[in-house]
Write a protein that binds this ligand. Structure first.
Ligand code: NAD
Ligand code: ZN
Length: 378
């Protein structure tokens, strides 16, 4: 089958690899119809995720048609149309039963975290979904079966696999409530969707921050948020404190590690910052109000050795973070899409063949061609 493979730092290659196949009795094999590139894939691209090796198939935002099911699968059958969420989760353990599917106890033998598609041996060693075929473990729990009567295009529901429930979870678990001022760092796909959900939860002010102007303009045009380019504002953090009169109720970091700005080096499992900007988390710790909440949706893999503990402690900040438990949010968000309450298709700027993946990674990473979100067709 054709697949997008990792070949070392900033090297992506579309290659013929062995077909994905059923391995366990409750596996499902999905023929991918549409998939996408995520900001999380850029961390892999930049070599920030340990446990990758050459020819590893990446990608974790796929959907498609069930091609084959193992003998123990009753939840879906051949021909069903499914969304494949990025969390690999058994559905049986304490975490899966309590809506914490991103930390399933049974999906990652390698470490004490959950397993994720296409995200290295560190996260379970599962191959990814930027490919023609994908093996989906725990077929009775993981895939979301799209109702047969749904007249929704792939693009309308594709982001249920990750960034839509991730953004929703970010806003929801940060406790955004009516009247809040919310600052959202990062106007990538995740930040743009978090802006929509912040309004939905009744925020009074939604402020978007980035340093890429076309993304900020997109945010203003589509989500009617206030926008700030932090590179163009002298004393950015002070300015944010002034305009919010002491800081935001909630700051949501939709950036995470930014290899371009933080000059990072990975040493096995430790990440060393070598100067440059400390990134979004550092901003967040300074522009949140006293007793406010910071939600880290952006991925900080590995050990982050510049933790701004002092800023957080002295101002009584609540800190939340992690890989989003997306599975239990999917039915509810599917209904929102179906009823027209939410539409995320406005973030799609590029629709490309999987053959063009190398180019796609390049423009998404370099913020070229006004790229925001790339959808790939196998
Ligand atoms: P993206 O790379 O397209 O967007 C990040 C944006 O942040 C870019 O526009 C960049 O210019 C901007 N930025 C960089 N430094 C900044 C700073 N200091 N302040 C404000 N903005 C800054 O990525 P994306 O697809 O939107 O994903 C965003 C983050 O969310 C990534 O870290 C990704 O790994 C993470 N993510 C997490 C989960 C989860 O489960 N927690 C799921 C999906 C994605
Ligand atoms: Zn993702």
């Amino acid at each position: 089958m054709k697949a997008v493979t990792y070949q070392g730092h900033k090297k992506i290659e579309v290659k013929e690899v062995n077909n994905a196949k059923l391995e366990k009795k409750d596996d499902v094999l999905v023929r991918i119809t549409t998939t996408a590139i995520c900001g999380s894939d850029l961390h892999i691209y930049h070599g920030l995720i340990p446990g990758m090796y050459d020819n590893y198939v990446i990608g974790h935002e796929p959907m498609g048609i069930v091609e084959e099911v193992g003998p123990d699968v009753t939840h879906v059958k051949k021909g069903d149309r499914v969304i494949v969420p990025f969390n690999i989760a058994c559905g049986e353990c304490f975490f899966c039963k309590n809506q914490m599917e991103s930390q399933c106890d049974n999906s990652n033998d390698a470490r004490d975290t959950g397993g994720y598609f296409g995200y290295s041996n560190t996260y379970g060693g599962y191959m990814g979904g930027q490919a023609e075929l994908l093996r989906v473990p725990y077929g009775n729990f993981v895939p979301f079966k799209i109702p047969e009567d749904a007249e929704l295009e792939d693009e309308q529901i594709l982001f249920l696999s990750d960034i839509m429930p991730t953004a929703y979870w970010g806003v929801d678990s940060a406790g955004v409530k009516p009247g809040d001022t919310v600052i959202i760092l990062g106007c990538g796909p995740v930040g743009l969707l978090a802006q929509k959900f912040a309004w939905q939860k009744g925020a009074k002010r939604v402020i978007a921050v980035d340093h890429v102007d076309y993304r900020l303009e997109h945010a203003k045009r589509t989500n009617h948020v206030e926008i700030f380019n932090f590179e163009k504002i002298k004393d950015f953090e002070l300015h944010m404190l002034e305009i919010t009169r002491g800081g935001a109720d909630v700051v949501i970091d939709c950036v995470g590690l930014d290899a371009k700005r933080t000059a990072v080096e990975t040493v096995e499992t430790t990440l060393k910052l070598q100067g440059g900007s400390l990134g979004a988390f550092e901003f967040a710790s300074k522009i949140v109000r006293k007793f406010g909440t910071i939600q880290l949706v952006g991925v900080y893999g590995l050990t982050y050795n510049m933790f701004p503990l002092g800023h957080l402690f002295e101002r009584n900040i609540q800190l939340k973070m992690g890989q989003a438990p997306v599975i239990h949010y999917i039915p509810e968000l599917y209904q929102q899409i179906k009823s027209g309450k939410i539409d995320a298709t406005d973030i799609i700027t590029h629709r490309l063949s999987i053959n063009d993946a190398e180019h796609a990674y390049n423009i998404f990473d370099d913020k070229k061609d006004d790229c925001i979100k790339v959808v790939l067709k196998p």
